[in-house]
Design a protein around this ligand. Structure first.
Ligand SMILES: Nc1ncnc2c1ncn2[C@@H]1O[C@H](COP(=O)(O)OP(=O)(O)OP(=O)(O)O)[C@@H](O)[C@H]1O
Ligand SMILES: [Mg+2]
Length: 307
């Protein structure tokens, strides 16, 4: 049987320079991330639970506290973070030291596939070799994410947030690139279906020994702005159940708030425009937890930082 070699197995220059290129990319990524105190993934496994809206508001809230914050939109096919942070359509400058990220009005450095696409409604298409398209696509997607992390001039950051698209495979891909991820926030809703899907991501994060893993329950109840009546949007209590079953702490419960959706979708995170709204308060509590854990792994050991 023919053996398929990994990069590590290739003992010498292949003549194509491929091995050198890959090792060089790994090196660049490590150097770039050495200037970042904490890489924080906002993931779920489940789609449509509010990962991007939470990332945008969290980023703006942390930047408003004077922290140096970056945000990577790892959703290459359906990017939304630029829009939510008010930098939709930004054009990037390519310098010798790397691509300059866009700067949101709230002071967040942002990178998204959206900035590399000319037309707003253009779906992402890869120019991959026609043989084995599906294999190439995951390779190309991972390559782009590595470039977003390693070839962007992030500079010194306190926190780099990564908005991870749905699917546990996308979480695995990020963990490949950033094996010593500091924090992973797993966004779920009170629904039983969401608990079922997110429990797989909890296990994946645990097995990868992510520094700190925490749950965020989004769309946890809705308060009527007219009469104050509180109603549940979902029948279950999935987020709390997941906390009990897994032992992963629930750091925040964010209510469904049409103002949060409207403000975020128009590029002005609600935590900035209305920090007293219930949903903003919940996200600000989440920002407290994230900030407290910068540079500290769950076992309480303070990490060595490059700074
Ligand atoms: N708590 C909330 N209250 C009101 N609207 C919300 C809330 N959370 C998210 N939304 C809105 O719901 C929609 C879906 O959220 P979002 O795009 O952040 O989900 P997502 O998990 O990133 O989705 P995807 O899996 O496609 O990446 C957005 O319009 C967002 O503004
Ligand atoms: Mg999203």
């Amino acid at each position: 049987m023919r053996k398929i070699r990994t990069y590590q197995d290739v003992p010498h220059d292949t003549g194509s320079g491929l091995l050198e290129q890959v090792l060089d990319q790994h090196h660049r990524l490590a150097e770039r991330l050495a200037l970042v105190r904490s890489v924080v993934a906002i993931a779920s496994g489940k789609g449509g639970v509010g990962k991007s809206a939470i990332t945008a508001n969290l980023a703006a809230a942390l930047a408003a506290r004077g922290l140096a914050v970056g945000a990577v939109d790892a959703d290459l096919n359906g990017p939304s973070l630029g829009r939510m942070l008010g930098v939709s359509g930004a054009r990037l400058a390519d310098r010798a030291s790397g691509v300059e990220p866009a700067r949101s009005p709230s002071g967040v450095r942002v990178m998204s596939m959206e900035f590399l696409q000319e037309e707003e409604d253009a779906p992402l298409r890869w120019r991959e070799p026609s043989m084995g398209r599906f294999i190439w696509q995951s390779t190309l997607e991972t390559g782009v994410l590595r470039e977003f992390l390693g070839d962007v001039e992030w500079g010194e950051l306190d926190i780099l947030l990564v908005d991870v698209p749905p699917g546990t495979d996308k979480i695995a891909r990020l963990l490949e690139l950033v094996p010593d991820l500091d924090q992973m926030l797993l966004v779920t809703t009170p629904s039983e279906t969401s608990r079922f899907v997110v429990s797989k991501s909890v296990r994946m994060a645990r097995e990868a020994a992510v520094g700190t893993v925490a749950l965020v329950s989004n769309m946890a109840g809705h308060t009527c702005l007219e009469c104050g009546h509180v109603s549940d949007l979902f029948a279950g209590d999935g987020a709390k159940r997941l906390e009990e079953e897994s032992g992963v702490p629930l750091w925040a419960e964010i209510p469904f708030d049409p103002r949060l959706g409207a403000a975020t979708d128009s590029g002005t995170p609600l935590v900035i425009t209305d920090p007293d709204a219930d949903s903003s308060r919940a996200i600000l509590t989440l920002a407290d937890r994230v900030e407290e854990h910068v540079g500290i792994r769950e076992d309480g050991v303070v990490e060595e930082t490059g700074s």
